[in-house]
Design a protein around this ligand. Structure first.
Ligand code: DGY
Length: 323
């Protein structure tokens, strides 16, 4: 029996590509930069492509999905987020979409914790000082940050990543609060305090960590009004999606001192970022590192292949269907 054809839109970890090559005829993207919609559709039309293994940087808009060949049965995204795929268009065309939940929760929570620590302890400024040969020696008031112990961490979106972060933050002696669609028994049992109302949640916390999905429903969730509801000197970090933050409002609050510091791993329109961010010293900037560990990226790739195998090799339902 001939192998199904799989389009790989990026370079994936070696073990993932090796397994894909073993079980499929693979069409690679040698450039390892995201395909444009036209290039993706052209590559998918170059053979009887049945599956697409894509990543968060690929834009699968309605028009791109409409120009895919009818042989495409499944799009497996190497991400938990699916805001880069027009899910309604995929559903209308009968193309399944799958994602990679669970396996990246700890790695992403680690990056949230790292951003919180780096923002609170001024790690970015400190590193730039030493690397730039500007450090003239220890001083009693140099680069003073704030201690996390006994501070209140507010988790916006208590999914798997938020729950992993709550476990880590408790190790630092932080009190955990959360705002979610509904209270979660496991979070309550672990002592996290649920806030049904976003204004009460924002007023109660010292550090806000954002874990909500992208898309129109959450665009600019953290706007100027909500930033003002945070305490003077609060810290904000975001490892969810950049579109959920009003960049101009965040930059202003960091500059005028309402916020002490912030840390961002995700950006609207990345890799381009809001121009004011480059020159804001109390802002830590990471290049979308959330899931970037060797173990996690292998696990994400294998999860994509598990979904592709179910649909294309065994003709079964996928394990992690989004549509
Ligand atoms: C995800 O999985 O959604 C991460 O942001 C990586 O794209």
């Amino acid at each position: 029996m001939s192998k199904p054809t799989l389009l790989l839109t990026r370079r994936f970890p070696d073990a993932v590509e090796a397994r894909a090559q073993r079980d499929y005829i693979t069409i690679p993207n040698p450039a390892d930069t995201p395909f444009s919609g036209e290039a993706l559709a052209a590559a998918a039309n170059d053979g009887e492509v049945e599956g697409i293994l894509c990543a968060a940087g690929d834009a699968l808009s309605a028009s791109t999905i409409a120009s895919l060949p009818s042989s495409v049965k499944i799009i497996a995204t190497f991400s938990v987020g699916t805001d880069h795929i027009d899910l309604a268009a995929a559903r209308d065309r009968g193309v399944m979409v799958t994602n990679t939940p669970d396996v990246l929760s700890v790695a992403t929570a680690e990056i949230a914790m790292l951003l919180i620590l780096t923002a609170a302890r001024r790690g970015g400024e400190a590193e730039r000082l030493v690397r730039g040969r500007q450090w003239s020696g220890w001083a009693p008031t140099q680069l003073m940050g704030v201690t996390l112990e006994n501070k209140k961490l507010g988790i916006l979106g208590m999914g798997r990543i938020g729950q992993a972060l709550a476990r880590m933050a408790r190790g630092f002696g932080m009190e955990v609060h959360y705002h979610n669609r509904r209270p979660l028994p496991q979070a309550e049992e672990a002592g996290a305090m649920f806030h049904a109302d976003d204004a009460g949640f924002l007023a109660a916390i010292d550090v806000l960590s954002m874990h909500i999905p992208g898309g129109e429903a959450t665009r600019n969730w953290l706007n100027a009004d909500r930033i003002q509801q945070l305490r003077q000197g609060a810290i904000v970090v975001n490892t969810g999606r950049g579109t959920t933050v009003d960049d101009a409002a965040l930059c202003k609050a960091l500059t005028d001192g309402h916020l002490r510091a912030a840390g961002l791993d995700v950006f609207a329109g990345e890799p381009d970022i809001y121009p004011g961010y480059h020159s804001t010293p109390n802002l830590v900037l990471f290049p979308h590192l959330g899931s970037a560990t060797i173990e996690t990226r292998d696990a994400m790739g294998f999860r994509c292949l598990d979904n592709l195998d179910a649909v294309l090799l065994r003709h079964e339902a996928p394990l992690h269907a989004v549509t």
